[in-house]
Structure formats: structure tokens, C-alpha cells
Design a protein around this ligand. Sequence first.
Ligand code: 5AD
Ligand code: FES
Length: 336
Amino acid sequence: MEFSKNEIIRLLADEQNQADLFKQADAVRKQYVGDEVHLRGLIEFSNICRNNCMYCGIRCGNANAVRYRMSEEELIDTARKAAEMGFKTIVMQSGEDMWFTCERMCRIVEIIKKFDVAITLSVGERSYEDYKAWYDAGADRYLIRIETTDKDLYHRLDPNMTWQKRHECLLSLKEIGYELGSGIMVGLPGQTIESIAQDLLYLKDIKVDMAGIGPFIPHPQTPLKDEFGGTLDLARRTMAVMRLLMPDINIPATTAMESLHPMGRIWALQSGANVVMPNVTEGEYRKLYELYPGKICVDDTPLHCKTCIGAKIMSIGRVIGSGYGGHAGVLPHLPK
Ligand code: 5AD
Ligand code: FES
């Protein structure tokens, strides 16, 4: 659907009538992507990061963060177990940890691809050549949030990084052929409703295949510890408007939403979302991958989470997706 920036702003700001917006987004979701909820097994394989984003708990400047990095074997093993549990998409996420060289990631992708899964990578900003090599090795999708389209805000929050570089990464990924996942945080200090409206138009403009909206949650070991975070309601309205703007894309019910309220992901699924990414990371690593405080499921096992979220999905009359869950039915591609 086409909306002017002013219409988007009006919808985002209208707290009184948000229930109507959620209902409308739910109806559009049902019409365009149906009742299936696609599950992605999320592996958080390293919290080592070269960047120092002001909002993020695993920023390199956080000396209190206990760092970990899975070995290749551990990562592959975690993915194998997730595939055996029935996940048809494996998402591998980490900080910008350069120990995972281009070649190393290629090897990992090639092996995991044999488990008959779609592969999503989320390892930050890398060169065009790296992205291309991983795609050729079998990676199908890539997640990298633009975070905000307010360039000044971006540069204040992500020192030593540039908005232009992030934008170019997104364009490169799309050009290479990845299914492109992006998204933003809402409630960042200094962020306006107008800027969120601009973000949504940007995501539509670059033709994302998937986009996630998360509330910013201040982390006590970061420079933004005393700021207000984003609210669940604003995150939900943003997500719902995004569904209206881009009726057939994949939209996850984000973990950050549930960190603000136990019903967060369910409410998200009822206001436009059609994807959930249960954590399949094992043991202590879950706690240590702490981008923001209050993260859910840190003491749970992969099986527990899959069962838990599966039951919640069915309790609201939805069904677990049986396929790979690509945007518009796109299937995983064959490695070169
Ligand atoms: N609150 C909410 N989301 C955060 N992220 C990072 N730090 C925080 C925080 N404090 C999000 C960013 C990043 C994604 C992996 O996690 O949007 O892209
Ligand atoms: Fe992890 Fe419910 S999804 S415990």
C-alpha cells in the first residue's frame, strides 16, 4: 500500500487508535502471507566485536562483557542439532569478529548447507567480496539493520562507523542476490516519529525481503545507560505500519519486544509479524550475548524454546511454517 510520509507519521503517533491499526495489520498479514509462522533457529556464535556502538552491550568498549567465540566445530554442531529439531532456516549471528575470515565462513556455510536448511548470516559489515563468496558458498539471506536513517543520529550512536557504508552494504547484499533482511530500533535518544517514518520509507525503497523492529533497551554497561528506552507500543505501531506498507515481506516478532512484556512476541504476531527466531544457542553463551538487559530465555535450552514458542503460536490459532519460509516462496539456492 502507498502511504505519504505524513500519513505514516499520523499512524505512528496515534496512540488512541492503535488497536485499529493492529487489527488492520493483522488482516493484511493474513491476506498476504497467511497463518503460517516461520521459525528460524538463531545461533549467537561470538560476542567479540570490533565496533563500539553506544547502545550495544557487546560493544568493544564494554570491558565487563565476558567474551566468547564458538569454534567451527561447535557452531556446525549447534546448527546440525537445530536442523535435526526441524528448523528449516539457521540464522548465524555474531559481533563483527574478524577471526571468522572469509574462508572460514565459507567452510562453515558449505557444511551447514548440507543439512537441508536455508542459511541466514548476520555478522555485520564486510567487503563485497566476502558477501559474494558466502553467497556462492550457499548463504541465502543476510540480516543487517540500518538502525536509523537519521544520519546524524547514526553517527552519534555508532562512532567510527558511517551510515553511507551501512547503506552500501545493504545495496551490495541485494545486488549479489541475497534475500535482504534489515530493520531499525525505535526509541533511540533523539529519534523522532518523523525519522521513524523516514526509516519505513527507506526499507520499502531498498526492497527489503524481511525487516525487524525492536525497541531500544538501555544497557547498564553502555554510555546510554541513563536514557529512556523505546516502548513496546511504539515498536508495535511501527511494525504494524510496516506491514501495511510492505504487505508480503517477512516480519519477525522480535525478542526485544518480549523482553519488555511476556506477551511481546504474541502481540507482535497479532499485529503484523509472521516470523519468530527462537534461540538455539546452548549453555552460558546465551547470557553472554547480551545486547540489552532483560533478554528472554537465557536459562532455557533450544528444545524448550522451540516447544514453548510452538505452543504459543498454536494457542493463537496460527500454524508453524512447514517450508523454508523465504520471502514470496523463494527457495534456498544451490551453492556455486
Ligand atoms: N536495545 C535493543 N536492540 C539492540 N540492538 C543492539 N543493542 C540494542 C539495545 N540496547 C539491536 C541492533 C542490532 C541488533 C543485532 O540488535 O538493532 O542491529
Ligand atoms: Fe524461550 Fe519461551 S521461547 S522459553
